[in-house]
Design a protein around this ligand. Structure first.
Ligand code: KG4
Ligand code: ZN
Length: 388
């Protein structure tokens, strides 16, 4: 089955074409095309993702990324198309709220033969709604023009299933599993009873962990996104064996639940800087190391508790923050601590937002419910979409 997937929930515009096969216990994905444009440079000056800029850039880049993806997959055949005025009018209506999207799409699609695709999958949430709508409008426009069904995908579910996209052995999911989802907008511990069957064990009561990295980075004068910067300096502090001056509290580490809280930690950093004005780069590195250690300690502790509580045999850690090297190393070691536990993390490429993860989730959803291949669903952006 060929799936064209679209992701525009935040600041990455991504399109992929995946050939998926197999059943829900043994499946395989081959990537036929994959293109991604990251808007990070554009948002840096705002210190975070600016929704109207995100929306504009998604609309501008999508047609080009579509062409690039289909070209890699040999599905882009240049052939002038004869679409009626009514068809273009329908596409114009679907895309009218998305800035220049219609013109960009028309230019690419007028010369492109209908590709051989079974379904179009698009992220419907959670994320920034103006950004999500661009992807949804693109999916609907392509679906209408080519007569291909369109289905919605939950972005967080995409992060979960992304860990099963790479090599043969990683696809063998053993349930129950626990998923720790850590991104710029989410921090959740989820029990995965089977594909599509979730039970949210706990979540952050305030800031998401990626958000905390970004905010602390900003306090330290480091650029957005803060995670990679903080992590780089933390690693330098360890390599250089710098003396440890900064000590931070481990919020909620002993609380009798699976919830998190990172806003107090951020404030603790703020007070530390106020009371100990930064004199040199080594002090920044010291704070980064302590902050990273704190986050790792808290995430590890709650996750271990969740594994114990559920008897999970697979631990999935996904979302942009798992790009963090220290976290990956520490979590991998849980395989020694919990005999039989398989720890799955996506590769660096699949850690941050991408369209491949959306295709993987779409395929597993279709295996659960083949009705999805008929299309006809109403698809709306939902910034707060939950796993259900
Ligand atoms: O999943 P993602 O790409 O986008 C969202 O859906 O939020 O996650 C982005 C988040 C940002 O907050 C970023 O600072 C964080 O992931 N991040 C990291 C690292 N790389 C990205 N956090 C810590 N260490 C990293 N190496
Ligand atoms: Zn994400």
């Amino acid at each position: 089955m060929k799936i064209l997937s679209i992701e525009t929930s935040c600041d990455e515009t991504a399109v992929s074409l995946v050939e998926a096969s197999g059943d829900n216990r043994s499946f395989s994905f081959s990537v036929l095309g994959n293109a991604l444009f990251s808007q990070i440079e554009m948002h840096r000056e705002y210190g975070g993702v600016f929704p109207t800029v995100a929306k504009r850039e998604h609309a501008k880049k999508f047609p080009l990324l579509l062409k690039e993806t289909l070209s890699q997959g040999d599905e882009y055949v240049i052939k002038p198309q004869e679409y009626s005025e009514e068809t273009w009018e329908e596409i114009r209506k679907i895309t009218e709220k998305e800035g220049g999207l219609f013109d960009g799409l028309k230019e690419v699609l007028s010369d492109m033969e209908k590709p051989n695709i079974d379904i179009i999958a698009v992220t419907a949430g959670p994320g920034l709604e103006p950004a999500l709508w661009v992807g949804i409008s693109c999916a609907k426009a392509l679906g209408a023009l080519w007569g291909i069904p369109v289905m919605p995908v939950n972005h967080m579910e995409g992060h979960i299933t992304s860990v099963f996209m790479e090599s043969e052995d990683v696809r063998k999911a053993v349930f129950p599993a626990v998923a720790l989802l850590i991104s710029g907008g989410h921090t959740e511990l989820v029990e995965v009873l089977d594909w599509g069957k979730y039970n949210i064990l706990g979540q952050t009561r305030d800031d998401a962990v990626g958000e905390a990295f970004d905010k602390v980075a900003r306090m330290l004068g480091l650029p957005y996104p803060g995670g990679p910067e903080v992590s780089k300096l933390a690693e330098m502090a360890r390599k250089e064996n710098l003396p440890q001056k900064c000590k931070l509290p481990r919020p909620m580490i002993h609380s009798d639940d699976f919830d998190f809280s990172f806003s107090g930690l951020k404030t603790a950093v703020l007070y530390y800087i106020r009371d100990n004005p930064l004199q040199n780069e080594d002090e920044v590195k010291d704070i980064c190391r302590e902050f990273e250690d704190t986050v790792v300690d808290v995430l590890l502790s709650k996750t271990k508790k969740a594994v114990d509580h559920t008897g999970a045999q697979t631990l999935i850690i996904a979302g942009g923050v798992i790009a963090n090297k220290r976290l990956r190393e520490k979590f991998k070691k849980l395989e020694d601590e919990f005999p039989g536990l398989i720890v799955k993390t996506p590769s660096q490429k699949l850690s941050t937002d991408n369209a491949l993860m959306i295709a993987s989730s779409a395929y597993l959803k279709i295996l659960e419910n083949s009705e999805l291949l008929k299309g006809g669903m109403e698809i709306k952006a939902n910034g707060n979409l939950r796993l259900s």
